[in-house]
Structures are given as C-alpha cells and as structure tokens.
Design a protein around this ligand. Sequence first.
Ligand code: PMV
Length: 355
Amino acid sequence: MFGGNVAEVSARSFGTASSAAVRPSRASANSNIALVKYWGKRHDAPAHLNLPAVGSLSVTLDGLSTTTEVHPADADAFLLNGAAVDAKHSSAVKVFRHLDLIWRTAHQSQQRPPCRVESTNHFPTAAGLASSASGFAALTVAAASAFGADASTDRLSRIAREGSGSAMRSLWGGFVRLHKGTATDGSDCRAEQIFPASHWDIRVIVVHCAVGSKTVGSREGMERSRITSPYFAQWVDTSEADLSGAAEAIAERNIDKLGEIVEHSSCKMHACMLASRPPLLYWNDTTVRVMHELWRLRREANLRGFATSDAGPHVKVVCEASSADALAEALRKVPGVHGTQILSIGPDPTCALLS
Ligand code: PMV
C-alpha cells in the first residue's frame, strides 16, 4: 500500500494493520470554512467525545494547510513550525493524548512508543486564522499511518473530532457535511463529502481584519453560549433547515441561495454569541465595515459575495470564481483591512510513508 520510499496516497486508501513499530509518516490536510456553522457541544454525552450540538457544512480550503510528520523517538516531542514546544504545554499535551487515542485504535492496550511530531502550518503570516481543523486532521492521518491503524476515512474523521470538532470535516476535500447524530456514544455523528471540489468553482476570499489571535477560544466560547445564551436553543433548533437548504443550493450551484443561508447562519451564530453572559463579540470595527462594503457592492455593483466569520474578526467571503478578483480588490481598500487572499476549494488530505 505505501510502496517505495515516499508514496503519495490519498487518505482514503489508507490503512493496514501492522506490527507495533512506528513507521515515519507525513500527512497534509487543508483547513475548512463552515458555510453552515457549528457552535456548541452536546451535554448529554461524554465530554471527551466532543460531540457537536448542531451539524455543519463546510468547504475545504486550498492554500491553508498543515503538514505533520510522526517519527519514532526516544521521548515524546512536539515541534510546531520548527520550534520545540514544551511537553507540558497544553498544545503538546493535546497532541500526545491524540497519539494515544490513535495508538489504541491500532494496538488496543499495548503501551504507545514515544514519538516526535513535527507540524508546520502553511498559513499566511500572522493571519490569526484557526489551524485546529487542518492540524488535527493532518495529525490523525499521519499518526494512523505511522501506527499502521487499519481505519477508514470515516473512522479517522471521528478520531479527529476528539481533537477539534471542525477537524472532522477536513478529512475530505470539496464540500463536506457533518451530521450531528443523536446517539450518546457518538456512533451516528459523522461527516461525509457531499460534492468534490470539481462540482462548483467557487472561491473564499479571506479578508484579514486584524493581526494577532482571538481572545476567547472556541471551546470556552461554545460552553458559555450553551449555558448562558437565551438564543442557544433556537440556534440548535433552526440549524437543520439551514443545512438542508445549503446542501440544496450547492447541488443547484445557486450562489444567491447559498449566500443567503451562509450569511444567515454566520450572523445567527454571532447573535447567539453576543447574547451570552458575559457577551462574546469576536468582530471588530473593520469586520463591520467590510460587511457593509460587501453589501453595498452587492446592491450597487451586482458583485455576488456573501460574508461568514468564525470565532475571530476576519471575514470570509463566498463567491463565484468570476467575481473573486473584483471583490478582493474592493474589500482590500476598506480601512483597517490588512490584506485579502483568494482561496479555491481544496483537495483530500494526502499521506506519505517515509523510509
Ligand atoms: O472545531 P473548533 O473548536 O475549531 O470550532 C469551530 C467553530 C467555528 O469555527 C466558529 C465554526 C465552524 O463550524 O467551524
């Protein structure tokens, strides 16, 4: 399966059960952006399963990726973008815990051998964009290869979820839908590719509205909204309609229909965040200026771009390929914008066995 020295393979052809040695492996996975958002976790299931309260629908992004290598080592080590991370730091602890989980999938109760994990984010410098989706997807695929885990892409996606909910969607390229499921053991919470990237040539323009990272992490923010926001129940109740509407719009390649749902889902999530106690306000003044300019461009120049944003101030604009250049140029001029980046829809993860 991984013939030769370095065999580039798709993650879905991945997996043979093997001996308990660690085989040096490298995987790359792309980040994704939710067109229909996930915010909030289920509280009727064990917390470690990290089960979402709502489904979500995303596109995988070309050009925002993480490459991760897993090697045998004398002691556990984690290097991020070339720099060693203290083994006690929370990010390293999460990485090693994730390795344990994947090792148990491959070898049940045997003790996991120590590993060196080298992870590199290929993201625009200081963009403040979330890398947890590509990071946990790449780590899951690389470790599963390194440990010889005999796991399907579906299984890998469920494992990635325990690191980060959005990582579950980065196991596929193209358009991906995550079904939240209802079983308390998480067995029916799964993601799937609903269309490959070739289905529809759309773009996502990342409009950088700040430098630096977000203030309240998504895990903490989600819990705050679930516990305190009076809108959380409505957010959950109305999500399935957005999901089926968006899937339909993508099937029809209808940008206006999709765009309306994209903006609604994002604004509804931010309204739910804002109604939390204390309030969660991830937008800054530039975010709001960009949205007003985008809406003006739609009204006055018929440029069909639609805004979505996550737990941070950046705006991501969903549009057809033909309007991307004009939209990016106009939005770059909004005061406070640090730059724009036009991204295509990205492919499946890749994995290589190194020897
Ligand atoms: O999976 P996390 O913990 O990175 O949370 C992602 C939450 C949002 O980015 C706000 C929405 C989403 O669906 O990606």
